[in-house]
Design a protein. Structure first.
Length: 243
Protein backbone atom coordinates (compact mmCIF):
# COMPACT_ATOMS: atom_id res chain seq x y z
CA UNK A 1 0.00 0.00 0.00
CA UNK A 2 1.12 3.51 -0.67
CA UNK A 3 -0.26 5.92 1.90
CA UNK A 4 -2.22 8.14 -0.47
CA UNK A 5 -5.59 9.52 0.57
CA UNK A 6 -8.44 7.69 -1.11
CA UNK A 7 -11.62 9.55 -0.34
CA UNK A 8 -13.19 8.06 -3.47
CA UNK A 9 -12.90 4.55 -2.05
CA UNK A 10 -14.33 5.61 1.28
CA UNK A 11 -17.30 7.24 -0.45
CA UNK A 12 -17.83 4.13 -2.59
CA UNK A 13 -18.05 2.05 0.59
CA UNK A 14 -21.13 3.99 1.62
CA UNK A 15 -22.75 4.03 -1.84
CA UNK A 16 -23.67 1.39 -4.43
CA UNK A 17 -20.55 -0.69 -3.83
CA UNK A 18 -21.23 -0.76 -0.11
CA UNK A 19 -24.76 -1.91 -0.80
CA UNK A 20 -23.41 -4.66 -3.07
CA UNK A 21 -20.70 -6.02 -0.76
CA UNK A 22 -22.98 -7.71 1.81
CA UNK A 23 -24.31 -10.08 -0.87
CA UNK A 24 -21.02 -11.92 -1.59
CA UNK A 25 -19.82 -11.29 1.97
CA UNK A 26 -18.41 -14.80 2.45
CA UNK A 27 -16.32 -14.42 -0.68
CA UNK A 28 -14.95 -11.01 0.31
CA UNK A 29 -14.13 -12.21 3.82
CA UNK A 30 -12.34 -15.31 2.54
CA UNK A 31 -9.95 -13.34 0.32
CA UNK A 32 -7.87 -11.73 3.11
CA UNK A 33 -8.53 -14.45 5.70
CA UNK A 34 -5.00 -15.75 5.23
CA UNK A 35 -3.67 -12.88 7.35
CA UNK A 36 -6.00 -13.45 10.31
CA UNK A 37 -3.59 -15.67 12.25
CA UNK A 38 -0.73 -13.19 11.85
CA UNK A 39 -2.93 -10.20 12.66
CA UNK A 40 -4.42 -11.59 15.85
CA UNK A 41 -1.18 -13.10 17.07
CA UNK A 42 0.38 -9.65 16.69
CA UNK A 43 -2.58 -7.96 18.38
CA UNK A 44 -2.15 -10.11 21.47
CA UNK A 45 -5.79 -9.87 22.56
CA UNK A 46 -6.38 -11.45 25.96
CA UNK A 47 -9.57 -12.14 27.97
CA UNK A 48 -11.01 -8.93 29.34
CA UNK A 49 -9.58 -6.66 26.64
CA UNK A 50 -11.58 -3.84 25.09
CA UNK A 51 -10.98 -4.05 21.33
CA UNK A 52 -11.71 -1.56 18.55
CA UNK A 53 -11.90 -3.00 15.01
CA UNK A 54 -11.46 -0.19 12.48
CA UNK A 55 -13.20 -0.64 9.13
CA UNK A 56 -14.85 -3.82 10.34
CA UNK A 57 -17.04 -4.30 7.26
CA UNK A 58 -19.36 -7.26 7.81
CA UNK A 59 -17.75 -7.96 11.16
CA UNK A 60 -15.67 -11.10 10.53
CA UNK A 61 -12.64 -9.73 12.35
CA UNK A 62 -14.76 -8.12 15.06
CA UNK A 63 -16.26 -11.49 15.92
CA UNK A 64 -12.81 -13.08 16.12
CA UNK A 65 -11.69 -10.27 18.41
CA UNK A 66 -14.78 -10.68 20.59
CA UNK A 67 -14.15 -14.38 21.09
CA UNK A 68 -10.54 -13.73 22.06
CA UNK A 69 -11.45 -10.85 24.39
CA UNK A 70 -14.39 -12.46 26.22
CA UNK A 71 -15.48 -11.49 28.83
CA UNK A 72 -14.17 -8.22 27.41
CA UNK A 73 -15.85 -6.40 24.55
CA UNK A 74 -15.21 -5.69 20.86
CA UNK A 75 -16.50 -2.68 18.94
CA UNK A 76 -16.57 -2.65 15.15
CA UNK A 77 -16.67 0.70 13.36
CA UNK A 78 -17.37 1.19 9.66
CA UNK A 79 -18.88 3.84 7.39
CA UNK A 80 -21.06 1.34 5.50
CA UNK A 81 -24.52 0.89 6.98
CA UNK A 82 -25.35 -2.12 4.71
CA UNK A 83 -22.22 -3.95 5.82
CA UNK A 84 -22.97 -3.24 9.47
CA UNK A 85 -26.49 -4.60 9.04
CA UNK A 86 -24.94 -7.86 7.88
CA UNK A 87 -22.42 -7.72 10.71
CA UNK A 88 -25.15 -7.42 13.34
CA UNK A 89 -27.16 -10.26 11.75
CA UNK A 90 -24.12 -12.57 11.65
CA UNK A 91 -23.18 -11.70 15.21
CA UNK A 92 -26.66 -12.54 16.46
CA UNK A 93 -26.74 -15.76 14.44
CA UNK A 94 -23.44 -16.86 15.98
CA UNK A 95 -24.68 -16.05 19.48
CA UNK A 96 -21.91 -13.57 20.26
CA UNK A 97 -23.08 -11.05 22.85
CA UNK A 98 -19.91 -9.06 23.61
CA UNK A 99 -19.92 -7.09 20.34
CA UNK A 100 -21.32 -3.74 19.30
CA UNK A 101 -21.09 -1.84 16.03
CA UNK A 102 -20.85 1.87 15.26
CA UNK A 103 -21.61 3.42 11.88
CA UNK A 104 -19.02 6.20 11.74
CA UNK A 105 -15.86 7.46 10.08
CA UNK A 106 -12.98 6.36 12.29
CA UNK A 107 -10.90 9.34 11.14
CA UNK A 108 -13.14 11.80 12.96
CA UNK A 109 -15.32 9.80 15.35
CA UNK A 110 -14.96 10.90 19.01
CA UNK A 111 -13.81 7.61 20.53
CA UNK A 112 -13.51 7.67 24.32
CA UNK A 113 -10.00 8.65 25.39
CA UNK A 114 -8.14 5.60 26.63
CA UNK A 115 -11.25 3.52 26.01
CA UNK A 116 -9.54 0.54 24.36
CA UNK A 117 -6.75 -1.89 25.08
CA UNK A 118 -6.27 -2.98 21.46
CA UNK A 119 -7.02 -1.46 18.05
CA UNK A 120 -7.01 -3.77 15.03
CA UNK A 121 -7.75 -3.28 11.34
CA UNK A 122 -7.74 -5.65 8.38
CA UNK A 123 -6.84 -3.34 5.53
CA UNK A 124 -9.28 -0.51 6.15
CA UNK A 125 -6.58 2.01 7.05
CA UNK A 126 -5.83 2.31 3.31
CA UNK A 127 -9.09 4.25 3.04
CA UNK A 128 -7.97 6.96 5.44
CA UNK A 129 -7.58 10.45 4.07
CA UNK A 130 -5.05 12.20 6.28
CA UNK A 131 -3.33 9.21 7.83
CA UNK A 132 -1.26 10.98 10.46
CA UNK A 133 -4.26 12.77 11.98
CA UNK A 134 -6.35 9.60 11.87
CA UNK A 135 -3.71 7.58 13.69
CA UNK A 136 -3.31 10.31 16.30
CA UNK A 137 -7.02 9.95 17.01
CA UNK A 138 -6.67 6.18 17.30
CA UNK A 139 -3.70 6.65 19.63
CA UNK A 140 -5.87 8.77 21.93
CA UNK A 141 -8.50 6.02 21.89
CA UNK A 142 -5.95 3.55 23.29
CA UNK A 143 -4.97 3.40 26.93
CA UNK A 144 -1.27 4.00 27.68
CA UNK A 145 0.49 0.78 26.74
CA UNK A 146 -2.39 -0.19 24.45
CA UNK A 147 -1.60 -2.05 21.24
CA UNK A 148 -2.25 -1.27 17.58
CA UNK A 149 -2.11 -4.02 14.93
CA UNK A 150 -3.20 -3.78 11.33
CA UNK A 151 -2.53 -5.21 7.90
CA UNK A 152 -2.49 -3.24 4.67
CA UNK A 153 -1.58 -4.13 1.06
CA UNK A 154 2.09 -4.39 0.16
CA UNK A 155 3.00 -3.28 -3.36
CA UNK A 156 4.89 -5.76 -5.55
CA UNK A 157 8.50 -5.29 -6.49
CA UNK A 158 11.54 -4.01 -4.58
CA UNK A 159 9.91 -0.87 -3.17
CA UNK A 160 11.30 0.21 0.21
CA UNK A 161 9.66 3.52 1.00
CA UNK A 162 6.37 2.17 2.34
CA UNK A 163 7.65 0.95 5.76
CA UNK A 164 9.25 4.32 6.33
CA UNK A 165 6.03 6.09 5.43
CA UNK A 166 4.14 3.85 7.88
CA UNK A 167 6.55 4.80 10.66
CA UNK A 168 6.16 8.46 9.73
CA UNK A 169 2.36 8.46 10.08
CA UNK A 170 2.64 6.47 13.32
CA UNK A 171 4.85 9.10 14.92
CA UNK A 172 2.61 9.20 18.00
CA UNK A 173 3.26 5.50 18.71
CA UNK A 174 6.25 3.62 20.08
CA UNK A 175 7.73 0.20 19.24
CA UNK A 176 6.54 0.39 15.62
CA UNK A 177 7.24 -2.73 13.57
CA UNK A 178 6.46 -3.29 9.89
CA UNK A 179 6.78 -6.88 8.66
CA UNK A 180 5.89 -8.44 5.29
CA UNK A 181 3.37 -11.26 5.22
CA UNK A 182 2.23 -13.31 2.23
CA UNK A 183 -1.04 -15.09 1.69
CA UNK A 184 -2.79 -17.05 -1.02
CA UNK A 185 -6.16 -15.41 -1.56
CA UNK A 186 -9.05 -17.47 -2.98
CA UNK A 187 -10.83 -15.50 -5.69
CA UNK A 188 -13.34 -18.06 -6.87
CA UNK A 189 -14.21 -21.66 -7.63
CA UNK A 190 -13.69 -21.69 -11.36
CA UNK A 191 -11.66 -19.99 -14.10
CA UNK A 192 -13.08 -19.06 -16.51
CA UNK A 193 -16.48 -18.31 -15.10
CA UNK A 194 -17.60 -16.81 -11.83
CA UNK A 195 -14.10 -15.76 -10.71
CA UNK A 196 -13.69 -13.34 -13.59
CA UNK A 197 -17.24 -12.05 -13.31
CA UNK A 198 -16.69 -11.46 -9.59
CA UNK A 199 -13.47 -9.54 -10.20
CA UNK A 200 -14.99 -7.35 -12.90
CA UNK A 201 -18.39 -6.77 -11.36
CA UNK A 202 -18.00 -4.80 -8.11
CA UNK A 203 -21.35 -3.18 -8.77
CA UNK A 204 -24.69 -5.00 -8.88
CA UNK A 205 -25.94 -5.61 -12.36
CA UNK A 206 -26.21 -7.99 -15.25
CA UNK A 207 -23.68 -10.38 -16.71
CA UNK A 208 -20.69 -9.00 -18.56
CA UNK A 209 -20.35 -9.57 -22.31
CA UNK A 210 -17.99 -12.31 -23.51
CA UNK A 211 -15.76 -9.71 -25.13
CA UNK A 212 -14.86 -8.37 -21.68
CA UNK A 213 -14.29 -11.79 -20.15
CA UNK A 214 -11.85 -13.34 -22.62
CA UNK A 215 -8.75 -11.32 -21.70
CA UNK A 216 -9.04 -11.65 -17.89
CA UNK A 217 -9.82 -15.35 -18.24
CA UNK A 218 -6.55 -15.89 -20.11
CA UNK A 219 -4.61 -13.97 -17.47
CA UNK A 220 -6.18 -15.87 -14.57
CA UNK A 221 -5.97 -19.41 -15.93
CA UNK A 222 -2.41 -19.97 -14.61
CA UNK A 223 -3.72 -19.27 -11.10
CA UNK A 224 -6.38 -21.98 -11.27
CA UNK A 225 -5.66 -24.89 -8.93
CA UNK A 226 -8.13 -27.68 -9.40
CA UNK A 227 -11.56 -26.16 -8.98
CA UNK A 228 -10.31 -22.97 -7.33
CA UNK A 229 -8.54 -19.79 -8.37
CA UNK A 230 -5.93 -18.64 -5.90
CA UNK A 231 -3.52 -15.72 -6.18
CA UNK A 232 -0.64 -14.81 -3.94
CA UNK A 233 -0.90 -11.40 -2.29
CA UNK A 234 1.47 -9.43 -0.10
CA UNK A 235 0.64 -7.33 2.93
CA UNK A 236 2.38 -5.33 5.61
CA UNK A 237 1.71 -6.38 9.18
CA UNK A 238 2.12 -3.32 11.36
CA UNK A 239 2.23 -3.20 15.15
CA UNK A 240 2.75 -0.35 17.57
CA UNK A 241 2.18 0.65 21.18
CA UNK A 242 0.77 3.83 22.64
CA UNK A 243 3.43 5.27 24.97
Amino acid sequence: MTFVASQHRAEARTGPVGAHWPGPRTRYDAMPAGVHDALFEAAGIVPGDRVLDVGCGAGATTRIAARLAAPGHAVGVDVSAPLLERARASTAAEGIDNVSYVCADARVHPFPAGGYDVVVSRGAVMLFAGHAAAFRRLARALRPGGRLAFVCPRPPGPRREDPERVREVLAGFAEVTVEPVTMEAPWGRDVPGTTVEFLLSPLPGGALPASRLAGPEEVLLPFAAGSRARMRAGAWLVTAVRP
